[in-house]
Design a protein around this ligand. Structure first.
Ligand SMILES: Cc1cc2nc3c(=O)[nH]c(=O)nc-3n(C[C@H](O)[C@H](O)[C@H](O)COP(=O)(O)OP(=O)(O)OC[C@H]3O[C@@H](n4cnc5c(N)ncnc54)[C@H](O)[C@@H]3O)c2cc1C
Length: 657
């Protein structure tokens, strides 16, 4: 399959990728052999091997640190493990919602997060939270308003929200989970109002702290039949994080460890299978190992956007939680459904960072909700050719429409025409976006078209959970983007992700509190003495005993990350085919086995690289396994016409050529 012309950013970074791809290709030809220590080791090791302690650069505060804690001969820890009831990995909307819910029930909670507490996709969310806010409970507890609205075609209702979510997800969603999310969402939005999130209100469209739910302004986004997106101008996620973090910081039952990297989950065997009893972490400031032994562990580490070269996700989104859960034996599902957002800002030749873990700026769907339309290189509006909902069709359809137009006109982007907005409206409703496009490209969005291109945005799959966040591993829960509750099916509906984190973050707590009552004490003491993960960071002294360490300096690590990203874009991008998918899977497998041929890690980046390779393999395996195209997984060799027709009256031209 020929891919559409690469953007300048992709071209500029291709030299690094070509070098790394050459390394993987030659390994595929059998040039690198096990055991480690031969040519394979040389290729992965990078240009120059320095002493591990001297080059150890994990501190976010700068400076080199010797590792503060050591493993003894048996690989057991020498630092005293820390015990806690509930351990939450990740501090986005899902993790902090769960933390507050559990802490309010008198549970002691530890939150571990790899950067500062604010960093994660949540902080960058623009559009908002989808929730039907017009329902009112009567005294008898009957949701009379819903029933009234359901009879009224013009009004919104929970069942409309359910139907839109199912339609966007190609009806591959778990209906029970969708109904729970849509029904329980409004009360979580009310909770946010209560804790002071300054949502935009109707009328003056100003942001008001502690606003009354009935006063909220409701925006419209793609795939939604009604206006139901609650938002704080175009920086909803940042406003939510600010309020959640204030609450978390003042709660006596919650301890937050920032700059602490979760390395691997601790599991101990039991008669009923493995039990998860905590997590090994590295303090990125000091290099010290910290073992948290917990009755219950919740993975809330977000998505894996960084496995693609162009993503809206921040650099922390390397799929660590999904990879470590998979290593611990948790089932992972639907990873092939990777969402590409239709409209990330195209910046052409503008200078970007050269490191592998970059992100691109998003132009929220709410801009199209406010009337903006997409135009191709000839200035023609085109989305009505692909779907009756035109520019407000679900994201998979719009992203493929754009991609098709880029191929037809051999261009690296299309345009978003938001000139229907006055300068004042653009500045008031989209202050962040209008500022950003002006400062980056000198564009006034009320007068000029914005160049846009699809970019990876969201993982619809993840760690398979029940409607209460339970995984198949006892003691292990997953919530938020890292989880697969089944609510998104084959394609997530806009603004349903913050909602999922809010609803299932809360729900996971009730079940985990129940589970905590029954954790066998013996499992917890076994966990204290369990061996360190195979991903442990090695000391020079260990290397001679345990076999060769693959030492990767930053340049080598970033080259290899870029190679994974290149493989994923080439082989598992917006349009896929059988041949590309199986070749991509082979490449990633070779890549991963190269990395696994060595012992341990030399840096956090090295551990992230292993996690990225693991998650990339899960995406490709899911894509190869799926027999029919659906939503975000569009395999041109396996069309599913009936499904496409069920979602839209119009057939999709030229995509399946
Ligand atoms: C630009 C952008 C705009 C978006 N807009 C919207 C929107 O308008 N509406 C909507 O519903 N959704 C939106 N989304 C999606 C939504 O923001 C995310 O899916 C959601 O916030 C995920 O929340 P989370 O809590 O699961 O993960 P995150 O918010 O990503 O948090 C993950 C946390 O885990 C931590 N972490 C990761 N790995 C480790 C590790 N190894 N050790 C320790 N900690 C770790 C991270 O540091 C972070 O604290 C948007 C996403 C992006 C990127």
């Amino acid at each position: 399959m020929t891919c559409c012309r690469l953007s300048t950013r992709w071209v500029r970074r291709s030299a690094v990728r070509a070098k790394a791809a050459a390394e993987t290709n030659s390994s595929a030809n059998g040039r690198f052999k096990t055991p480690a220590g031969n040519e394979k080791a040389q290729a992965l090791r990078g240009p120059k091997r320095r002493s591990l302690s001297a080059s150890y650069r994990m501190s976010s505060e700068g400076g080199n640190h010797q590792m503060a804690s050591k493993a003894n001969d048996e690989g057991t820890l020498m630092v005293k493990p820390k015990a806690c009831s509930l351990l939450i990995l990740g501090s986005g909307v899902a993790g902090l919602t769960a933390a507050l819910e559990a802490a309010d029930l008198d549970c002691s909670v530890v939150v571990v997060t790899k950067s500062d507490v604010y960093e994660g996709s949540t902080k960058y969310a623009q559009g908002g939270v989808a929730a039907v806010m017009d329902t009112k409970k009567t005294k008898s507890g009957v949701i009379a308003e819903i029933q009234k609205l359901e009879r009224d075609k013009e009004g919104d209702s929970v069942s409309h929200h359910v139907e839109d979510t199912m339609n966007a997800g190609c009806y591959l969603n778990d209906r029970e989970a969708v109904e729970i999310m849509c029904r329980e969402g409004p009360s979580q939005v009310k909770m946010l109002c209560k804790i002071g999130v300054p949502f935009t209100t109707k009328g003056s469209r100003t942001q008001v702290s502690s606003s009354r739910p009935k006063d909220l302004h409701l925006g419209k986004e793609g795939g939604h039949s009604h206006s139901r997106v609650v938002h704080a101008a175009d920086t909803t996620g940042a406003a939510m994080m600010k309020a959640l973090v204030v609450r978390v910081r003042e709660h006596p039952n919650i301890t937050v460890h920032e700059n602490m990297f979760a390395l691997d989950l601790i599991t101990v065997p039991s008669e009923d299978g493995a039990i998860c009893c905590g997590c090994d972490t590295i303090d990125l400031r000091t290099g010290a190992y910290r073992r948290f032994v917990s009755k219950c562990t919740v993975v809330a580490t977000g998505g894996c956007g960084q496995i693609y070269p162009e993503t809206t996700n921040p650099s922390v989104a390397t799929g660590d939680g999904i990879a470590m859960a998979a290593r611990a034996g948790a089932e992972v599902n639907n990873m092939e459904f990777i969402q590409f957002h239709p409209t990330s800002l195209y910046v052409g030749n503008q200078e970007q960072g050269e490191e592998a873990l970059n992100s691109v700026f998003l132009i929220s769907e709410a801009v199209r909700g406010a009337g903006a339309i997409l135009r191709n290189a000839k200035g023609e509006s085109f989305m009505s050719k692909y779907d009756v909902r035109a520019d407000l069709a679900p994201r998979d359809i719009v992203a493929r429409g754009i991609y098709d137009q880029m191929r037809l006109h051999d261009t690296s982007h299309v345009y978003l025409d938001a000139t229907c907005l006055s300068r004042e409206e653009a500045r008031k409703e989209f202050p962040n976006i209008s500022n950003h496009v002006e400062s980056t490209l000198g564009i006034d969005m009320s007068e000029d078209w914005i160049p846009v291109v699809p970019a990876q945005h969201y993982a619809c799959g993840g760690i398979l959970t029940s409607i209460d966040g339970e995984t198949n591993v006892k003691g292990l829960y997953a919530i938020g983007e890292a989880a697969c509750t089944g609510v998104h099916g084959a394609n997530r509906l806009a603004s349903n992700s913050l909602l999922e984190g809010l609803v299932f973050g809360k729900r996971s707590v009730m079940k985990s509190m129940e589970y905590m009552q029954s954790v066998p004490q013996v499992a917890l003491s076994d966990a204290e003495h369990a061996k360190l993960s195979s991903l442990r960071f090695f000391h020079d002294a260990d290397i001679s005993k345990e076999g060769p360490l693959c030492y990767l300096d930053d340049d080598a690590t970033f080259s290899l990350m870029s190679a994974i990203q290149e493989i994923m874009w080439e082989h598992a991008g917006i349009l896929r085919n059988d041949n590309d998918l199986s070749r991509g899977l082979e490449k990633v497998k070779v890549f991963k086995s190269c990395l696994e041929g060595f012992k341990g890690c030399s840096s956090m980046q090295h551990a992230q690289l292993i996690n990225m390779a693991t998650v990339a393999q899960l995406v490709l395996e899911g894509a190869v396994r799926r027999k029919r195209s659906a939503g975000l997984h569009h395999n041109v060799d396996r069309p599913e016409k009936a499904l496409a027709e069920a979602r839209s009256q119009l057939d999709v031209p030229s995509l399946e050529e």
